[in-house]
Design a protein around this ligand. Structure first.
Ligand SMILES: *Cc1c(COP(=O)(O)O)cnc(C)c1O
Length: 410
């Protein structure tokens, strides 16, 4: 198989472009015309591969899916409106009232609220376990567990679960393993190799790169027998091994409206071209900056899965051989020092978001987690003295100099 850079840059269109365009044009249109009434009927009945309406399918979106498929080696890819939409779509497709999902309390805040708010209202239960402890997961799963859901690196705790161990457990119990790989997309992680069946990710982050557009994707590696899930048995009759992507495309995109817009697909397709290069650079810089911060007397503690001091360092090295992501956290002595440090930064931007091309810093306790009580924040590992640095692709020396001068000025 060609390398990641070649695969993303050289993905081909399914149909020849009439003008020989080298990049997939932006088909910013809603409807597509057919030559005859019979052609239109055939495309609606799925007998003729043609686009009819952009909520059902669109050439620019389809090309982005094709490109992600080539890039990742997945057997089916569905692009959707955002990372949250990818997560919600999968859960809505695989589970129903009376079922449960096993996950951890340390997941992304909006995913936590999706599970405990919106989906709980529809009768889906969430069981919380310690995903870094396989025995705890095994005790938590029941007959009604439709999936174990994890994040490959949690944010901002930067917890790393042992995917192989969870993969083995899920295979033995015939439970679907779904991983949110937003922080370690394909190139950084070969998810199916570790037993992950379904990858969901926010393409808003690493894939878009420049932080240009929202998007999400569901990658199905074809390793789960959908006949084991009561909600997908009927779809299996129709779509075979692509039952999940069939349901995502017809029910969640067409009927629910979770579709990715053509404009966003166009931007993200361009972003995907350079994902591997950007990820390699930002991960290498993150490790270097983590070591730099660790050696600084004003810094109390640094957390990064690439550091030898991280509790899951060995697992992280095995799972992310090309770099343990581009997110690190560190602590200063007081919340006041955190604020003053942030205000002294000249290059690094004060903003949320991560895996942007620009390096961003945020104080999670007073922003992303401001709605939670201090006790709940501590439970989530968010102290008042914690800073989160999302490293971009600027030159390492410039980033280090900015951190250094701001620490000296505190
Ligand atoms: C940002 C993020 C999401 C949500 O993605 P959106 O594209 O903003 O909807 C989900 N999971 C993780 C881990 C994220 O960082």
């Amino acid at each position: 198989m060609a390398g990641y850079n070649t695969r993303s840059v050289q993905a081909r269109f399914r149909k020849k472009d009439p003008h020989g365009s080298l990049i997939m044009p932006l088909y910013d249109t809603v409807a597509f015309e057919a030559d005859t009434a019979a052609d239109l009927e055939a495309s609606f009945r799925g007998r003729r591969p043609a686009h009819a309406y952009s909520r059902i399918s669109n050439p620019t979106v389809e090309f982005f899916e094709q490109k992600l498929k080539d890039f990742s080696g997945a057997s089916a890819v569905t692009a959707v409106a955002s990372g949250m939409s990818a997560i919600a779509s999968v859960l809505l497709a695989i589970a129903g009232s009376g079922d449960n999902i096993v996950t951890t309390k340390h997941i992304f805040g909006n995913t936590f609220s999706l599970l405990t708010g919106v989906l709980a209202q529809w009768g889906l239960q969430t069981i919380f376990a310690d995903l870094t402890n396989v025995a705890s997961v095994e005790q938590s799963v029941t007959e009604k567990t439709r999936a174990v859901f994890l994040e490959t690196i949690t944010n901002p705790g930067l917890e790393v679960a042992d995917l192989s161990a969870l993969g083995r457990l899920c295979r033995r119990k015939n439970i679907l393993l779904v991983a949110d790989t937003t922080l370690t997309p394909p190139y950084l992680l070969d998810a199916p190799h570790f037993g992950v069946n379904i990858e969901v990710l926010s393409s808003t982050k690493y894939i878009s790169g420049g932080g240009t557009t929202l998007g999400g994707a569901v990658l199905d590696y074809g390793s789960y027998d959908w006949r084991s899930n009561p909600h997908l048995r009927a779809a299996y009759q129709k779509f075979g091994p692509n039952a999940l992507s069939g349901v995502l495309k017809t029910k969640l995109c067409r009927d629910f409206g979770n579709i990715l817009s053509p404009h966003n697909a166009y931007m993200q397709s361009l972003g995907l071209d350079t994902l591997a290069m950007r990820a390699a650079l930002s991960c290498a810089s993150t490790l270097a900056l983590a070591k730099f911060l660790q050696s600084h007397p004003l810094v109390r503690r640094v957390n990064y899965p690439g550091l030898a001091e991280h509790p899951a360092c060995t697992v992280a090295q095995k799972q992310f051989p090309r770099g343990a992501g581009a997110l690190l956290t560190f602590e200063l002595e007081t919340p006041e020092k955190c604020f003053s440090f942030m205000d002294q930064l000249k290059l690094i931007r004060r903003a949320t978001n991560l895996n942007d091309n620009k390096t961003l810093i945020i104080h999670p306790a007073s922003t992303i987690f401001c709605e939670y009580t201090p006790a709940r924040r501590l439970e989530m590992g968010v102290t008042d003295t914690l800073l989160r640095l999302a490293v971009g692709i600027e030159d390492l020396a410039d980033l280090q100099e900015d951190l250094q001068q701001a620490l000296e000025a505190v």
